[in-house]
Design a protein around this ligand. Sequence first.
Ligand SMILES: Cc1cc2nc3c(=O)[nH]c(=O)nc-3n(C[C@H](O)[C@H](O)[C@H](O)COP(=O)(O)OP(=O)(O)OC[C@H]3O[C@@H](n4cnc5c(N)ncnc54)[C@H](O)[C@@H]3O)c2cc1C
Length: 435
Amino acid sequence: MEHELLIPVQGTKERIVIIGGGFGGLRLAEDLDMNQYQVVLIDKNNYHQFQPLFYQVATSGLESSDISFPFRKIFQKKTDFHFRLCEAQSIDSSNKILNTSAGKLHFDYLVIATGCTTNFFGHNEYNDFVYTLKSTSESLQLRNQILQSLEDTLNKEVPGFSSELNYVIVGAGATGVELAGALGEMRRFVFPKDYPDMDLSIMNIILIDAAPRILMNLGEEDGLKAQSYLQKLGVKIITEVSVTSCDPEKVILSDGQTIYTNNIFWVAGVTGNKIDGLSNCEWGKGNRIVTNQGLKVSGTDSIFAIGDIGLQTEVEKGRGYPQVAQVAIQQAKYLARKFNRKELNSSDKFVYKDLGTMATVGRNVAIAHVGKYKFYGAFAWFMWCFVHLRSIMGVKNKIFIFINWVWNYFTYNLSLRLIIKPNPSKKKTGATGQK
Ligand SMILES: Cc1cc2nc3c(=O)[nH]c(=O)nc-3n(C[C@H](O)[C@H](O)[C@H](O)COP(=O)(O)OP(=O)(O)OC[C@H]3O[C@@H](n4cnc5c(N)ncnc54)[C@H](O)[C@@H]3O)c2cc1C
């Protein structure tokens, strides 16, 4: 698009454009001093998404609106803040222009906070039929698919084995484990009541990973504890085996097995949401933009990258900090402070303070590492609930989620198991793709 996005100019303030209102971009926009800068936030969705709870939306534990927060509401009271719903497409760094699906935008400073998308490891064609979990809309698609498979099985002429009831989760990191645990609990506690005329022993939940064990980001003991709980729930775990190929009807594994399924849930890895045009900068592993220790993009003087998309190669033996919410939030706070104090050229460095790692496997079962302490079971699970509730935006959402969790804890009977599909006859309008 050739035209310039119309943003009212107030005085001679410099303009900071932030691409992406995820954990990093949102926090940065909140912390920047709008008396000093005009702030423009660009996102392809009109809401912030709380990704750690996507799996709960997918497994009917929470409403999508509990974990998605409209930007315009968040910033209602801010002056000289502007949100534009569009997709950032390319950056012309020498002329300081961001090209978006809705028009051009001039910036004085640009902060890239576009996060990551699903990594298909060179097989992008899988995206046409596997289910992923990188956005609220994908969580809803996954929820639809889980429930639709059960309905389709019941509607079959001949009951019995059905590939529709093979749920294959590819990737046994935290998300894969959470999804497998929640599905296993649904099969044990919820589906027998919802589908009394169905033989649920034919429903298989299969968790696959190429690594030697599940939860490789945590310790061996943690992985074994999670594995034991999942196995008690009847989840089949296949490790040290990778997916050789898959199509809409089956998955073929490196050990020669073929699993017939319509439900491939792909949570095997992430890759950066790349934007074209940064020809002078360096790209690291996983499509991450290399920055210096002050988060400035290599080869530029007014462009920064924070969160999952950024890579500080000078730390963690070149691997950079982990792609987790706390890194994005702490980097955003650090950068806002630098902007507000006009210290952009100072040589100080961003250093990540690790507040701990957590993973939940099921109701009453979680793993929490805080400093040198490790917690397991119910206590860790309550810690997990507390930490996530605290991070959720807005009092109303905290209360809703808390009530849902308590209700679900005692009854396993939330009424969110709805198959809500978009009307396929309506064509999408506007400049953005909703993913
Ligand atoms: C299922 C799941 C579970 C997770 N669980 C945890 C957890 O328990 N704990 C934890 O710490 N971390 C967890 N993470 C990781 C955590 O969510 C990320 O590290 C964090 O979101 C990174 O923040 P970010 O700001 O870099 O990017 P994101 O939060 O991903 O935000 C990126 C934003 O950029 C927008 N965007 C992308 N490209 C464009 C474009 N071209 N134009 C306009 N807008 C664009 C997106 O719409 C999005 O709003 C999880 C991630 C997933 C997917």
